[in-house]
Design a protein around this ligand. Sequence first.
Ligand code: SF4
Length: 89
Amino acid sequence: MSKTELINIWEDFCRRNGTFRLTDDIERVQLLAEGVLNNEKNQELKYCPCRMTTGSWAKDVKLICPCNFKVQKTWAEKGECWCGLFIRS
Ligand code: SF4
């Protein structure tokens, strides 16, 4: 999968949800897409580029992007996911 394909999937995810969008910071989006794809290449799953995996499946499954970011403290406080990729509309 290319970065463009992944970003298109994220944009579609936002459109279908309707309550959040991607950040306007295009460079950040590109960097995060690259990080996610690197994690997939090295660790076989699209892990969050901003957090470390632990080796525990039960914990690491929660790091697959997009994660359940609406339960994060940063979502409640700032209206964005931990990496600042998804932003409350
Ligand atoms: S914090 Fe953001 S970038 Fe990281 S996994 Fe969750 S949705 Fe993806």
